[in-house]
Write a protein that binds this ligand. Structure first.
Ligand code: TYD
Ligand code: MG
Length: 437
């Protein structure tokens, strides 16, 4: 019998890769026979009475501010009391900084909170706190530990409103088999802490490291255990952080918020939209502005396009940050409806600035605008394109149309091309010629 060190899977035959968790080199020979559980015939025991759903009183979900308007918004109005939130992201992205700031804010509102680190010493944490805050609240407690049982013991010694565990990868459960940071350890640590939080009605933030390589299991493996999952990513500029919810039991998912890493920690970055657009590049031919929707949030994007006569029988469509299928389809629509542009003989290179990946139908018209700008060598610098384009070249409204329109107007744009101004892509040229000249 061979047992995987990582997930505990038992296999009759040895193999290099565990058939269950996919880790390499983790199968060890074991003499322990694997017990097969026989199906048990259940005997009725006295259980709790079931209740009528209609009579269950509604419990009001209390939400607390995190001190960041961007984070409160993506969480649907703040952090729910008693919720367990997983915060994932690359090392050095700012997870510890963000959670120290959030915890200090919650403490300053009079709640008792604790920060448990398995990665940094108390001295390191203290010097970071001093950098972040001018006054450290009295109700902010700190501890460093890497043993799950001992962490739960320390936490249980007082009533806590919120706890940060930094990180779930640094804790181990002595009673669970599996490699340090492996899937079975990670699941045990996360589910034990989540159960503790629920039992004690304590809100909890769990930090999960994302690593592209190495043997550490990613936070994805434990997303199902917690209430809310947030990821922090770097966006465009070195100091800008995008925070995204991918799961939220207490609100919408797919919401994004923007933060900026500054000298004294993270700050809200509410003027997010404009920053994705480089002013200097917008005035050149070969680009167009569009408004995409991330969750319910409209964001301005700058699409850049280069078109060249192709040297191949089938012209190339090279994409960066945009769905390739979408570009292929829209290029085919232009080739059919505007044959004089000879797009079927041109390569298209297209790139979305800002590091956001675009699949959204509402940017169809902006992609077409950017392609036309390149082929015709004209600049549409003050024009924003909003809308979906059908296979017949018809321009349509798109999801969140009003929110996008409002965003474009808020940013000061007055030339806005939508289905209301132009109904078919064959009319865009005439329309834009009037505008450009
Ligand atoms: P950190 O929160 O330690 O990242 P993580 O916990 O996700 O690994 O972030 C550390 C980075 O942030 C580090 O490169 C220094 C930078 N930083 C600032 O720029 N300003 C600050 O005020 C702080 C505390 C950190
Ligand atoms: Mg950290």
């Amino acid at each position: 019998m061979y047992v995987c060190r990582n997930c505990g899977y038992a296999a009759a035959k040895w193999s290099g890769k565990c058939p269950n968790c996919g880790e390499w080199g983790t199968l060890d020979e074991s003499n322990m026979p694997v017990k097969k559980k026989a199906g048990k015939v259940l005997q009725p025991v006295y259980g709790a009475d079931l209740v009528k759903a209609a009579t269950i009183p509604e419990s009001k979900l209390e939400k607390l501010s995190t001190g960041f308007t961007e984070i409160d918004r993506i969480l649907g109005g703040g952090i729910a009391r008693g919720a367990v939130t997983l915060v994932g992201g690359d090392p050095g992205i700012g997870k510890s900084t963000l959670l120290l700031q959030v915890l200090a804010y919650i403490a300053s509102e009079g709640h008792t909170v604790a920060y448990i680190s398995g990665e940094e010493s108390l001295a390191q944490l203290s010097s970071r706190l001093k950098r972040l805050l001018s006054k450290i609240p009295d109700t902010l407690l700190m501890g460093t530990d890497t043993d799950l049982e001992s962490v739960v013991g320390s936490l249980s010694r007082q009533k806590l409103d919120f706890v940060v565990i930094d990180s779930i990868h640094s804790l181990t459960d002595a009673n669970t088999e599996g490699t340090y940071g492996g899937i079975s350890q990670l699941k045990m640590v996360t589910s034990s802490l989540t159960q503790w939080a629920k039992k004690n009605d304590t809100g909890m933030f769990l930090v999960g490291q994302v690593t592209k390589e190495g043997y550490v299991a990613g936070p994805k493996n434990v997303e199902h255990i917690v209430d809310t999952v947030m990821y922090i990513e770097r966006l465009g500029d070195e100091n800008i952080r995008l925070v995204r919810t991918v799961k939220n039991r207490f609100g919408e998912v797919g919401e994004v918020g923007f933060l900026k890493m500054a000298g004294k920690g993270l700050e809200d970055k509410t003027d997010f939209s404009r920053m994705l657009v480089e002013e200097s590049a917008v005035s050149l031919p070969g680009g167009a502005l569009g408004i995409t929707l991330q969750g319910s949030r409209p964001i301005m994007v700058h699409l850049q396009v280069l078109t060249n006569d192709t040297m191949f029988a089938v012209p190339r469509r090279v994409v960066d940050g945009i769905s390739k299928n979408k570009v292929e389809v829209l290029a085919a629509v232009i080739a059919k409806k505007l044959p004089k542009l000879y797009l079927d003989k041109k390569d298209i290179f297209i790139k979305a600035n800002g590091g956001i990946s675009l699949k959204d139908p509402g940017i169809d018209l902006a992609i077409i605008g950017a392609i036309l700008s390149s082929v015709l060598n004209v600049s549409f610098e003050t024009t924003v394109f909003i809308g979906e384009v059908g296979l017949q070249g018809e321009i349509k409204a798109c999801a969140g149309f009003d929110a996008r329109l409002k965003e474009a107007k808020k940013l000061g744009f007055t030339n806005i091309v939508t289905y209301k101004t132009v109904s078919h892509i064959s009319e865009i040229l005439e329309f834009l010629k009037k505008k450009v000249s």
